[in-house]
Design a protein around this ligand. Structure first.
Ligand code: ATP
Length: 318
């Protein structure tokens, strides 16, 4: 099943799980709408041919949902009854940390085997260098910022571009460096408003007439992207400031080749470790090797931002 926020590459992961099951002659059942579908018994039998032509499609053919009912023990009881009724004996959850938390709780209550595949554009999961959809979302954000730069430079404007990332600055930092942003504001680091103004004044003095500031949704300046733009406009009236919020477009679109390959690799591993009677593990990527991490550790392990990239960004905005 796919659960929580959708991300590009989820379909490729479904395909991989289904085809791996077919390869090993294991019956595979798809659960629609995440945990809510599990509670409602919304299941479908998936064969190798059910997943033709989906590797290149964004979103998820199994749909996704957030389920408050699964947070209750009654909800999880119903879900368990449905799995037993369907003779299901192992669960692959493609989702983010919330979906994994649900899986861990479910496993504790019913000893039901659960394996996680990290599917979220935020890349905020411990135990993998990349989550499914992150690479695609990065490329989508860079492409959009490139387009904004065209209009920014034609009108000598300063653009604040908000990208997704409430708790993690991976998209902002990497898309910012990739798109040549002047400044990048992320949740993990509070540059301070003075430093932002200083940097913009410096770049204006150095001859730059237009600039891009990339802001993660959860940046720690204490102002949202519109307030930030107003603050800069009030303090630097010489700048014509505009805001662009990229929003949900970052979740959609055809997955990049990287995400498709990653999804295919993780799906195979997820089924194979279930066959080995392993449970409560997440499959992930480290140093280009598929590895497993304890599911609880994947949730609680936290994430750290690459300080070298912050330094590169600083040097590039000279
Ligand atoms: P994203 O990172 O894209 O938001 P996510 O998997 O973290 O994805 P959530 O909405 O946090 O998305 O979680 C998905 C679902 O997992 C929830 O709607 C709920 O059904 C289940 N879930 C999350 N936390 C718990 C919990 N503490 N107990 C039981 N179920 C939970």
């Amino acid at each position: 099943m796919t659960s929580g926020g959708d991300s590009p590459g989820m379909n490729a992961a479904i395909r991989s799980v289904v085809r791996t099951c077919a390869y090993y002659k294991i019956e595979c059942v798809g659960i629609y709408r995440g945990y809510q579908g599990m509670i409602e018994g919304d299941f479908t039998l998936l064969t190798a041919r059910s997943v033709n032509n989906i590797i290149n499609k964004g979103g998820t053919i199994l749909k996704s949902a957030r389920s408050d009912e699964f947070r209750t023990s009654e909800g999880r009881k119903k879900a368990h009854e449905n799995l037993i009724k369907q003779h299901i004996d192992g669960l692959v959850v493609i989702g983010g940390d919330g979906s994994f938390t649900g899986g861990v709780i479910f496993n504790k209550e019913y000893s039901f085997p659960v394996i996680g595949i990290p599917g979220t554009i935020d890349n905020d999961i411990f135990g993998t260098s990349h989550t499914l959809g992150y690479d695609t979302a990065l490329n989508t954000a860079v492409e959009a910022i490139d387009k904004i730069r065209d209009t920014a430079s034609s009108h000598n404007r300063l653009f604040f571009v908000e990208v997704m990332g409430r708790d993690a600055g991976f998209i902002a930092l990497n898309a910012g460096v990739g798109a040549g942003a002047e400044e990048i504001l992320i949740p993990e680091e509070n540059l301070g408003l003075d430093r932002l103004l200083e940097s913009l004044i410096k770049s204006r003095k150095s001859g730059k007439l237009s600039s891009i500031v990339v802001v993660a949704e959860g940046d720690k300046s204490g102002k949202n992207v519109f307030e930030l733009a107003k603050y800069v406009e009030d303090n630097m009236p010489e700048y014509d400031v505009r805001v662009s919020v990229l929003g949900h477009m970052q979740r959609g679109g055809s997955p990049s080749c990287f995400d498709r390959v990653l999804a295919s690799r993780l799906g195979v591993k997820a089924v194979e470790i279930l066959m080995d009677n392993k449970t409560n593990l997440m499959v992930g990527l480290k140093n280009n090797k598929v590895i497993t991490t304890d599911l609880e550790e994947a949730i609680t392990g936290g994430h750290s931002i690459n300080s070298e990239l912050l330094r590169v960004s600083d040097i590039m905005s000279t």
